[in-house]
Design a protein around this ligand. Structure first.
Ligand code: HEM
Ligand code: HEM
Length: 220
């Protein structure tokens, strides 16, 4: 039984997860573009590459925006979280070895000890986001059960990956749970609030163009 789940999780489900992630992301971007063209066609007239890129730059540089300076701790945690969250799965030696075995391609990897620390930082950041949602009344008011589910889903591949790598008791099950949870997160990206990854450049581009080209004001 465990063997069958392992075979599934390490083979066909990896393909399924990447296919749903890539095709689902394209589908969401295309349908959102079509919706914008139908409901708010003016958007395309005042979209400006210059103002869009300027706004994106101000929102991806730590503390460049007023909102980030107003929430210094949240900003630091959110930046560390996103950097580790994206860098660890792409530059983890264990992942690169699997890709090398399958396709004979490989790239630079993070030393294992650093990957361990970055993994723990992601988990710590998820605990911070959870505490923030529970303790700040205005954030709590805006929180729905799906926000907690998303946080848990994002943390799970990191907890189980760490568990399997360090061969803690039950590491075989943790390894299987790792693959299943990693695949689940990938498939969730296009269809949940995690799609902010896809829409971020467009949301900032839209706000940046309107504020820059129409209102002649800052949006950061
Ligand atoms: C899609 C299928 C995936 C497969 C087949 C896979 C496979 C693996 C393997 C074999 C390990 C090493 C564990 C061991 O030594 O037993 C590992 C570790 C790890 N993986 Fe994945 N993984 C997948 C997806 C993901 C995703 C999506 C994430 C993050 C979002 C992720 C994050 C991690 C982390 C954080 C570790 C442990 C790093 C450490 O503590 O040093 N993995 N993974
Ligand atoms: C690469 C592009 C991405 C960008 C530009 C981005 C940007 C952001 C921003 C601006 C926030 C809000 C932080 C705040 O309120 O100060 C956020 C929150 C968050 N992001 Fe991302 N993100 C990206 C990718 C991802 C990915 C790939 C995941 C997970 C798979 C993710 C998971 C989260 C989570 C869980 C939160 C919210 C934490 C909470 O308040 O509960 N992000 N992101």
């Amino acid at each position: 039984m465990l063997h069958t789940v392992y075979e599934l999780a390490s083979g066909p489900l990896v393909w399924l997860a990447f296919a749903v992630f890539i095709l689902g992301s394209l589908y969401r971007l295309l349908t959102m573009g079509r919706l914008a063209a139908r409901k708010d066609p003016m958007v395309f007239n005042y979209m400006s590459v210059y103002y869009a890129l300027r706004s994106i730059a101000y929102w991806i540089i730590p503390y460049a925006s007023l909102n980030m300076r107003r929430h210094p701790v949240m900003t630091a945690v959110a930046f560390v979280f996103h950097i580790c969250l994206i860098a660890v799965p792409i530059f983890l030696s264990a992942h690169i070895v699997l890709i090398h075995e399958a396709w004979e391609v490989h790239w630079w990897y993070i030393p294992n000890q650093a990957a361990d620390i970055m993994t723990l930082m992601v988990v710590a950041a998820c605990i911070f986001f959870l505490c923030r949602r529970l303790s700040l009344p205005d954030v709590r008011y805006l929180t729905t059960p799906s926000d907690y589910i998303i946080l848990a889903a994002v943390a799970l591949p990191f907890v189980t990956g760490f568990w399997a790598y360090h061969q803690f008791p039950g590491h075989v099950a943790a390894g299987i749970l790792h693959m299943l949870s990693g695949e689940a997160v990938l498939m969730m990206i296009p269809f949940t609030r995690l799609s902010h990854m896809l829409f971020f450049p467009f949301i900032r581009g839209y706000a940046g163009s309107e504020f820059g080209a129409v209102r002649h004001a800052k949006d950061w």
